[in-house]
Design a protein around this ligand. Structure first.
Ligand code: GDP
Ligand code: MG
Length: 230
């Protein structure tokens, strides 16, 4: 497809010579083994791996979503690439993220208890008021589950976060979790505006409705992390 066709999209009102309107950087944190990399791969590539993905060393993936107001959001999804021990994630990662997804494993009590430690890290190194969502993953393992939904919900509520349960394995809740994350970021106007016609921070009560104008433009780009993460 020529760039002209791509830029025009389905109607003249979609015309935008720039690739995206807002850039959103999402960081995914949580104990090792809770399924962060699997969630990211499920959301971006709609795939699942039975093995632990730490060896693959995913740095970030990019997904494009169209918001209800037709703005195109380019979302950088940052994995923690095996740096899950507290204090190992460099503070710049927290500071420059527009939203943070904290993941625990519904079958692992310790991973839920240690959400508090991740919150401490975010409070210490992150920017104030960075939107967060709490995700309880592996909801498919019903018999092994040890964390009650109401307990996690209550905890998240007290911390001012939304709580979503997911299964990277069977996809349940995965799109909802990332949509909630994106909505929280858009609502807080905590993103980089790339649209030359709008002022830096735009008011919006936008919700996510589907893949980007240029289709589900999921690409992996681990080649040049430093370009986009300042
Ligand atoms: N049953 C089940 N297993 C999962 C799910 N998500 C991840 N896993 C498994 O949990 C392990 C750790 O996943 P990974 O994404 O590498 O965890 P990370 O260390 O948090 O990035 C792997 O063996 C995955 O296959 C899930 O939703 N359900
Ligand atoms: Mg991982």
């Amino acid at each position: 497809m020529s760039s002209l066709t791509a830029n025009f999209g389905s109607s003249y009102s979609d015309y935008r010579p720039w690739e995206y309107d807002i850039l959103v950087k999402i960081l995914i944190v949580g104990n090792s083994g809770v399924g962060k990399s699997c969630l990211l791969v499920r959301y971006s590539d709609d795939e699942f791996y039975e093995s632990h993905l730490s060896t693959i060393g995913v740095d970030f993936k990019i997904k494009t979503q169209t918001l209800q107001d037709h703005r195109v959001a380019k979302i950088q999804l940052w994995d923690t690439a095996g740096q899950e021990r507290f204090g190992q994630i460099v503070s710049g990662y927290y500071r420059s993220s527009n939203g943070i997804m904290i993941v625990f494993d519904l079958t692992d009590e310790k991973s839920f208890r240690e959400v508090a430690k991740w919150l401490d890290q975010i409070a210490k190194y992150g920017s104030e008021n960075t939107p967060m969502v709490l995700v309880g993953n592996k909801s498919d393992l019903v018999a092994k589950r040890v964390i009650d939904r109401r307990v996690a919900e209550e905890f998240a509520k007290n911390m001012g976060m939304e709580y979503i349960e997911t299964s990277a394995k069977n996809s349940n809740g995965v799109d909802v979790a990332f949509d909630k994350m994106l909505q929280a970021v858009v609502k807080s106007q905590n993103y980089i505006d790339n649209n030359p016609n709008t002022k830096k921070k735009t008011d919006s009560s936008t919700t996510v409705i589907g893949p980007g104008l240029r289709g589900n433009t999921t690409v992996t780009d681990s080649s040049n992390n430093s370009c986009c993460w300042k």
